[in-house]
Design a protein around this ligand. Structure first.
Ligand code: GLN
Length: 550
């Protein structure tokens, strides 16, 4: 196989065009035509990684197996392709600059003036090349931000140079743009796209392909105009309309316009047949589930934000696909539970999930949600902070440890059932210092987790500072909390279960990062299965038999 080929995806006109989804979709199509693909995102902000950013700023922080805190688009990459991302899959301006500056301090530049061009741009090109390998045919690199932003300029300059170095047939530029519909004029407008491509041209990049996000179909005249003004071949003006049901429809919609065929032709790669059989079958189950719909309450403190619990919502949908069941999500603000009580906010839900989080706001609402689910026999799934809340709840109300809490929230709690490990106590820096990435977890025989995974040991991804406090282990076990998973090397409790409950599982890791639509995570799969049983059994159940899943 010849050298690795590269595709660069830029975005124009506005942000939130779904560049990540489009990049992931293109990757899936190339994969299904027999090519080995890797994905990468370059983000133009100055944080070294998004790990220190609030969900309000950035949405979810996605964690790779090798322990990098990254952009949530990497979640789409993994979910669409099933290929794990690594530290090399996400670079920010901050990381690029800090590497260059560290080298400057070491004296590596031998007296030279260190400049954006060529030193920063060289570093960016090295970051792109980091994914080149013998067993990689195509690397897709998404450039974050919007063309025209000052801060993305070094990235665009670097990819311009990259094409110069690598040669035309080896590099493809895809520009994703918005073609807005103006209601008053009842027209689609191509001008913003023309201008955005104009900006790219002034920096020496002429896109090979335009992917046009639009609400209604592009007509012949629009394609002609875009091709002419943007200097793109007419066939390479691709329409990407909003999809009706699910983001997983995007690759199918792009394939219907042969986007992948054009990409391969432009890169001088053979057009092998496309096999989307299993993908289409998965979509069928997602869009029209045969076994009704269950409602899951997700109790968090960033519940109003679309992106804060992205992987959780996706993994719940995957659990639904595996059970041929639709999943509707009731987003519950934990502070509303504090104010109104659990029953008023959770009543009728077939399952309760408490996701990860930081800081004490809304904690008591989450603990009340755990108590409600445990006492009502409603399937409960606690993830990271959600597990920590479950341990505190169980300690307080079952083991009789009044005031039990995590030391994160109440430093002088009488019963710190969740606490910092010694190796975290002196950590001051916030960036990249949590327990991060994949760790092995040994599963206890007879546990729900072991039954779900069907394995004795698994690897799961972590992102937290606090841990289950082993000083309370015996006491909690005696009260009926089953330790279902441990990180044997350090004897850390990773999974707890309530033994006498239909399905009550808390895990210290983040299983949502390992779930894909074609292979639901076993814990999400079994959680939805339990919720389905609950919905079927509950009087006045909300399950809609043979529902459409709409
Ligand atoms: N705040 C908790 C900790 O640091 C939980 C983190 C999380 O939920 N990701 O341990």
């Amino acid at each position: 196989m010849a050298a690795t080929k590269h595709i660069f995806v830029t975005g124009g006109v506005v942000s939130s065009l779904g560049k990540g989804l489009t990049s992931a979709s293109i990757a899936l199509l190339l994969l299904r035509r027999g090519y080995r693909v890797r994905l990468q995102k370059l983000d133009p902000y100055l944080n070294v990684d998004p790990g220190t950013m609030s969900p309000y700023q950035h949405g979810e922080v996605y964690v790779t197996r090798d322990g990098a805190e990254t952009d949530l688009d990497l979640g789409h990459y993994e979910r669409f392709t099933g290929i794990p991302c690594t530290r090399a899959s996400n670079y920010t301006t901050g990381r690029i600059y800090s590497d260059v500056i560290a080298r400057e301090r070491r004296g590596d530049y031998l007296g030279k003036t260190v400049q954006v061009i060529p030193h920063i741009t060289d570093e960016i090109k090295t970051a792109v090349r980091a994914l080149d390998a013998k067993d990689v045919d195509v690397v897709i690199t998404e450039i974050g931000g919007t063309v025209g932003d000052i801060e993305s300029l070094p990235f665009l300059e670097a990819i311009r140079q990259f094409r110069q170095d690598a040669g035309r047939g080896n590099v493809l530029f895809i520009h994703i743009t918005l073609v807005p519909y103006i209601k008053a004029a009842r027209e689609l407008k191509t001008k913003p796209s023309q201008q955005s491509v104009g900006i790219l041209r002034t920096i020496g990049i002429i896109p090979d392909m335009l992917v046009c996000r639009c609400e209604c179909p592009l007509e012949r005249e629009h394609r002609d105009k875009l091709a002419l003004f943007c200097n793109v071949e007419r066939d390479l003006v691709i329409e990407e309309r909003d999809v009706a049901h699910s983001i997983y429809e995007v690759p199918v919609a792009l394939a219907a316009q042969d986007l992948d065929v054009y990409v391969l032709e432009k890169l001088n790669l053979h057009v092998n047949p496309l096999d989307l059989g299993d993908w289409n079958a998965m979509l069928q189950r997602l869009i029209a589930p045969q076994a009704g719909t269950v409602e899951i309450a997700v109790v968090g403190k960033y519940i109003g934000l679309q992106d804060a619990y992205k992987s959780i919502y996706e993994a719940l949908a995957h659990g639904g696909i595996a059970n041929d069941t639709g999943v509707s999500i009731r987003r519950v603000e934990s502070e509303d539970i504090e104010r109104d009580g659990a029953e008023s906010r959770l009543g009728g839900a077939a399952g309760v999930l408490v996701p990860g989080g930081f800081g004490d706001r809304g904690i008591e609402g989450k603990i009340a949600a755990v108590q409600w689910a445990r006492e009502q026999g409603v399937p409960f799934f606690g993830i990271c902070l959600g597990m920590q809340c479950a341990v505190a709840e169980f300690a307080r109300h079952v083991a009789g440890l009044a005031g039990a809490n995590s030391r994160e929230f109440v430093p002088d709690t009488p019963h710190p059932v969740i606490d910092l490990m010694a190796d975290q106590k002196d950590v001051i820096d916030k960036g990249g210092t949590m327990r991060l990435g994949a760790y092995p977890c040994k599963l206890a025989e007879g546990s729900r987790a072991r039954a779900a995974y069907g394995a004795a040991q698994v690897q799961e991804r972590h992102r937290h500072r606090y841990e289950f406090n082993n000083r309370y282990r015996q006491r909690l076990e005696q009260a009926g909390l089953r330790v279902a998973g441990v990180y044997a090397e350090r004897d850390l409790v990773e999974i707890v279960e309530a033994a006498d409950h239909p399905w009550f599982v808390g895990c210290q890791f983040h299983p949502e990062f390992e779930s894909t639509p074609l292979r639901a995570h076993p814990l999400f799969r079994d959680f939805i299965a339990a919720a389905r049983r609950r919905a079927g059994a509950a009087p006045g159940a909300r399950e809609q038999e043979g529902g459409t899943g709409a």
